[in-house]
Design a protein around this ligand. Structure first.
Ligand code: DQA
Length: 150
């Protein structure tokens, strides 16, 4: 495992990026986003995981915690952001820093998206920069780990 390892965790419906409401989420697929992370940060070892299931996201988070060696997690929890107390508790239960990311600006959308139940237990939140939100999330994690540019 390289010195910096980051888990990129995506929740429900993010498998549909590219086809799904492109006026909101853009035309890039999740594979495009993942590839752009690997291309932009060649020294980082990324692990990519997406699931439509809440429990699968929790299990992945715990597996990475137990394996150890992870610098952090970039998490786009999709709609779980707004109501999954289980996900919130799982983030609280691990010691790996988690950065919450969203492609869209959740505060500029429907009212039910304004509330994130996970923000308070994440290191920070990046929302509204399209696929760049993920890139910014990686920079934030490098900063937390003391590996960012001075
Ligand atoms: C999202 C915003 C959520 O409200 C929505 O349910 C998603 C995607 C985003 O990336 O903008 O699935 O997390």
């Amino acid at each position: 495992m390289s010195l910096t390892s980051i888990l990129v965790l995506n929740g429900p419906n993010l498998s549909r990026l590219g086809k799904r409401e492109p006026q909101v989420y853009g035309y890039r697929t999740l594979e495009d986003i993942n590839r752009s992370l690997s291309d932009s940060f060649p020294d980082i070892s990324f692990e990519f995981f997406q699931s439509e299931y809440e429990g699968a996201l929790l299990e992945k988070l715990f597996a990475c915690e137990d394996r150890g060696g992870f610098t952090g997690v970039i998490l786009n929890a999709g709609a779980f952001t707004h109501y999954s107390i289980a996900l919130r508790d799982a983030i609280s239960a691990v010691s790996i820093p988690v950065v919450e990311v969203h492609l869209s600006n959740i505060y500029a959308r429907e009212e039910f998206r304004h509330k994130s139940v996970i923000s308070a237990v994440c290191s920070g939140i990046i929302s509204g920069f399209g696929f760049e939100s993920y890139q910014l999330g990686v920079r934030a994690l490098l900063g937390i780990a003391g590996k960012g540019r001075q």
